[in-house]
Design a protein around this ligand. Structure first.
Ligand code: NDP
Length: 489
């Protein structure tokens, strides 16, 4: 496989603390190109002293940053967005080598969505404020204040997007941040830190530390931290939420899912198949909001499976993710590939019917074939657990009521979709789905202008949209007595 020059994505240092790169003093953290298994960068984790230094830098920097007029904070974010757009090709290449996602995807979905967030929240920074409340003679007003030092912890599927979705609203509100990327994908958060510096962000306002779960835990447990925003799995979310509660810290939890797509008999067949493909195989299935339970009304089932199989088998171009003609990459790691293959075995053992795929690809790297199972029942493991890989379960249903009830019969509540030509049914089903984001005749579109997040076990709070500001700020009430002061005695 070509192009994976080992030195080409090596950052200047593993950590970014107080405005500069620093070598990690902890355990080695090799970065592996998932398409070849080759080590492409050598990083090291932060040790305890470096975690402490990052937090101390954030505490030191935060007050002066918050004291700037919002328009100035916003200008820094928008400048950073411009730099990201100018460097999209280079940043996308780093993201591809870190995650294995095809360059065809990262060029349009990763640094660009980070830039969107910086533009959006950069634009809002100047407009943050409170309210005036007239109380007869007296009056009150509210001041929107930052929370202080926020911690961001990321998953490995959208490393740069996650770093930006968390830091953009945090910084817009006048907070400082210490960010820990996933140990599997440590590179683009460092690139973002460097870009913030170039855009004029004061030292210490955005810091990056590397490490496994223990480094994340050290951050979450630190009394200097006011807020934790995690993107990760439900089990990690549970631990982090509990630890944050100990210190009464604010949280945003963006967790996993097992989202449903309901395809009705009257749906446009090609659109429904496109939605199911986008919701299962983009990023080789490593997307939290994927619609991995595809409920197809029985009248459309045969046609749906036939078109899905034909389009997958003709359309997938697997290969070197750095080749822009390739549209399908490997899993992020060998460990993740093994997890996915384990689920495929369970699907077969529990009696699901394999329509296509089902094996590791016969090539170097961590590739798994796009896999579709039909005749899946609600109790099968592949229909209940998040796989986080390219495995679609297709289930049959008869009535709208039944479809909705079965779609909602899960502890997860991240996303969901309905494909139908019936306008009122589309809205009715979207309203009935227990999830944070529902799409009608579309899937997995998450522009920064609209809130994103989960209900039930899939999360707490929302990212993006105007209300994300409320997750990174708090209101102080000031009551103004216009006198005289009355007293009972
Ligand atoms: P994990 O839950 O394994 O890890 C998430 C992050 O938390 C990583 O940086 C991890 O570090 C860190 N971490 C692990 N243990 C702790 C701890 N005790 N305290 C603090 N931090 C800790 O998720 P993955 O990285 O495997 O990502 C996949 C998951 O993320 C899936 O469930 C997916 O659905 C979800 N996700 C949700 C999204 C959403 O917006 N709702 C978007 C993207 C993914 P390390 O990796 O170094 O161990």
């Amino acid at each position: 496989m070509a192009n994976a020059d080992p030195k080409s994505v090596q950052p200047e240092g593993s950590l970014f603390i107080n405005g500069g790169f620093v070598a990690g003093a902890g355990a080695a953290l090799p970065v592996i190109y998932p398409a070849t298994g080759q080590v492409v960068a050598e990083l090291a984790e932060a040790d305890g002293g470096q975690v402490d230094a990052a937090l101390a830098a954030a505490v030191e920097a935060q007050k002066a940053w918050a004291a700037l007029p919002g328009v100035e904070r916003g200008r820094v974010l928008r400048r950073a967005a411009d730099i990201i757009r100018a460097r999209n090709a280079e940043l996308s290449r780093i993201e591809t080598m870190d995650t294995g996602k095809p360059l065809q995807e990262t060029l349009v979905a990763d640094p660009t969505s980070a830039a969107d967030a910086l533009e959006y929240f950069g634009g809002q920074a100047a407009m943050l404020g409170g309210d005036h409340i007239q109380l007869g003679r007296d009056w009150a007003y509210t001041i929107r204040e930052p929370l202080g030092v926020c911690v961001g912890i990321g998953a490995w599927n959208y490393p740069m997007q996650i770093a930006a979705w968390k830091s953009a609203p945090a910084l817009a509100c006048g907070n400082a941040m210490v960010f820990k990327p996933s140990e599997t994908t440590p590179l683009t958060a460092l690139a973002l830190a460097e870009i913030y510096r170039e855009a004029g962000l004061p030292d210490g306002v955005f810091n990056v530390v590397q490490g496994r779960g223990e480094v994340g835990a050290a951050l979450v447990n630190d009394p200097r931290v006011a807020k934790v925003s995690l993107t990760g799995s439900v089990p990690t979310g549970r631990k982090v939420y509990a630890a944050a509660a100990e210190g009464m810290r604010h949280v945003t939890m963006e967790l996993g899912g097992k989202s449903p797509i309901l395809v009705f008999d009257d749906a446009d067949l090609e659109d429904a198949v496109s939605g199911a493909i986008n919701g299962n195989f983009y990023a080789s299935g490593q997307v939290c909001s994927n619609g991995t339970r595809v409920f197809v009304q029985s009248g459309l089932m045969d046609a749906f499976l036939e078109r899905l199989k034909a389009r997958l088998e003709a359309g997938i171009v697997a290969g070197d993710p750095l080749d822009e003609a390739v549209n399908y990459g490997p899993m992020v790691s060998n460990a993740q590939r093994q997890i996915v293959l384990g689920y495929v075995e369970k699907g077969l053992a529990e009696g699901a019917r394999l329509i296509t795929g089902g094996k590791a690809m016969d090539r170097e790297g961590f590739y798994v074939e796009p896999t579709v199972f039909a005749d899946v029942t609600d109790d099968m493991t592949i229909a209940r657990e998040e796989i986080f890989g390219p495995v679609m379960s297709v289930l049959s249903f008869e009535t709208e009521e039944e479809g909705i009830a079965r779609a909602n019969a899960t502890e997860f509540g991240l996303s969901g979709a309905v494909f139908t030509a019936d306008l009122t049914r589309g809205h009715r089903v979207a309203a009935a789905l227990e999830c944070g984001s529902a799409w009608i005749n579309a899937y997995n579109l998450t522009p920064v202008e609209v809130p994103f997040g989960g209900s039930k076990m899939s999360g707490v709070g929302r990212e993006n949209g105007p209300r994300a500001i409320e997750n990174f700020s708090q209101l102080k009430t000031v009551y103004v007595g216009m006198g005289p002061v009355e007293a009972a005695y």
